[in-house]
Design a binder for this molecule. Structure first.
Ligand code: NAD
Length: 296
């Protein structure tokens, strides 16, 4: 079995690392926040004191940090994984970051003869705990096959989407569809409430038709029951939509719905809603409408 390194032991990384340990892998783990290492070390991981130490102790290193700057520092910064890796090793960045940054990290790995995949996930903490994440991968097919046994432990599906960066392009596409859906749903339920129709009734009436979706099923009840406990935090969706707009700018691509979503999320983060679930996009619509959505 491959010696696995794991860097970034937050909400997602902690359960993923623990699942790899439970499956029998020898795991060396590191996080810049020492408290985050404890539960993973208690589950059987060897605690490292730097990313480079993880690199030298492992054949495959998984990264699960917040965004591109953290991923780039962890892999290619001073004392990063590459300082400890040997030619032939593999680094798999499962963080959701801008595809352009993935390509840059991939090039730094290439220069040392180290393989690289970008492999962001969808599913959130519950699926990280149950080992059912959906994984979107960019990189070479042979490296995908090398990492596949690990993907099979932390995820329910892993799809090779193209070259390095394609995993994060796919993740950004996912985040645009999800965010636009939540915003539309928030407007629909606000319209119903303002017109005096129970939003729960509207939800039940339309969820089986063309408007129905996984997003509607998950987020509709959160809205009319006013439960905004994350789930997926507004601040993370904001980060993803900023990355989508940065990528669109690099491509010379106008994205109107996404640009609007960026404005909505900027407002919510500035107003202090960043830690709430992204169903809290509802606050933006409600505050403009002067109405509160609630079932009655
Ligand atoms: P988190 O903030 O809970 O965890 C990130 C961890 O990385 C932190 O413990 C931090 O200390 C550590 N870290 C940062 N830089 C580091 C470095 N250089 N070296 C070592 N450790 C470092 O974030 P999370 O919720 O686990 O999310 C991780 C990634 O997964 C993000 O890109 C996020 O967008 C994505 N994601 C999250 C969810 C979710 O529901 N939380 C769902 C899907 C995808």
């Amino acid at each position: 079995m491959a010696r696995v390194g794991f860097i970034g032991l937050g909400i997602m990384g902690r359960p993923m690392a623990i699942n790899l340990i439970k499956a029998g892998h020898e795991v060396t783990a590191f996080d810049v926040f020492p408290e985050a290492i404890k539960p993973v070390a208690e589950a059987g991981a060897t605690a490292a004191s730097s990313c480079a130490e993880v690199g030298s102790a492992s054949d495959i290193v998984i990264i699960m940090v917040q965004d591109g700057p953290q991923a780039e520092t962890a892999v290619a910064g001073e004392g990063g994984v590459l300082d400890g890796s040997s030619s032939g090793d593999l680094i798999v960045d499962m963080s959701s970051i801008a595809p352009g940054v993935s390509k840059r990290i991939g090039k730094a790995c290439d220069a040392k003869g180290v393989g690289f995949l970008d492999a962001p996930v969808s599913g959130g903490e519950p699926f990280a705990i149950s080992g059912d994440l959906a994984i979107m991968v960019g990189g070479k097919a042979d490296l995908f096959e090398t990492a596949k046994p690990l993907f099979d432990i932390v995820g329910a599906s892993a799809v090779l989407c193209g070259d390095v960066g394609a995993g994060n392009v796919t993740k950004l596409a996912n985040q645009i569809v999800v965010g636009a859906n939540i915003h539309g749903l928030a407007e629909a339920l606000t319209l119903a409430t303002k017109a005096g129709v129970n939003p729960e009734t509207v939800f039940n009436a339309i969820k089986g038709g063309l408007a129905g979706s996984n997003v509607m099923n998950a987020k509709g009840p959160m809205m009319f029951e006013r439960n905004f406990k994350a789930g997926f935090r507004i601040e993370l969706h904001y980060k993803d939509i900023n990355n989508a707009m940065e990528t669109a700018r690099e491509l010379g691509l106008p994205l109107q719905v996404t640009a609007n979503l960026q404005q909505v999320l900027t407002s919510l983060v500035e107003k202090g809603y960043g830690k709430e679930d992204h169903s809290g996009i509802l606050h933006f619509v409600e505050e403009n409408a002067g109405v509160e959505v609630k079932k009655f």
